[in-house]
Design a protein. Sequence first.
Length: 250
Amino acid sequence: MEIIRPITLARMRNNEHYQFMVDVDNGIKKATSAALQLDTVYPAFTSALAKENATLLIDQGSVKTEQITALDVTRDRTWSALNERIKASLMSPIEAEAEAAKAVKRIFDLYGSVRNMSYNEESAAITNLIEDLEKTKNAADCATLGITAWVAALKQQNIDFQALLESRNVELAAKDSGDVKATRDEIDPIYQNIVKRINAQVTLEMATAVTETFIRELNQRIKYYDDTLSARTGRSSSGDEDSPVDPVVE
């Protein structure tokens, strides 16, 4: 009877590593941990696998970055619309509007062109700008210019932007480059322990038909991954590979 063949887990990319462990888990479920005599170690394996999955799922940075960029464009557009409306009102034939525009423009000029600022600087500038515009006298001038709703829209857009930026920062802080490595370092020894236990059953001639099937099917999966890793190594050596192995193994 064959034993489980070795595989170099450290050479796997993160997604490959996780998928391999899922394949192992599916094989154990199919055979049952009881039939494979793994009841004492299987819970630790499933727990470590869940941690690895959770760590990989944290990677939402790119999606939220696109949303953040879109929100920034939106608030820039609203700020520009307000600025242009105010400048146009300076030439209003209605004296009250022209005077209101002068007053509001002085406030806008205090903060400069916020569109050219960094995210945090722009957020702070818009927050302070809105606070000034909401003061009683300035709010009355905004009402005269008919921009009250626009000011409210800019305020909400800025709030939404800051909330999304904070959400992304929290996620990126949680997704430390060592997190995935830590989960891999946790599950790999458990997998090796499972292999030792299964192979020991073969050596001691205690393996059942269920165990034999499990080993045969797992070895087929291991061969597939070995072939993939070997092919990648060949492409890398020839300079044809587009992307390197994940740095998690370094």
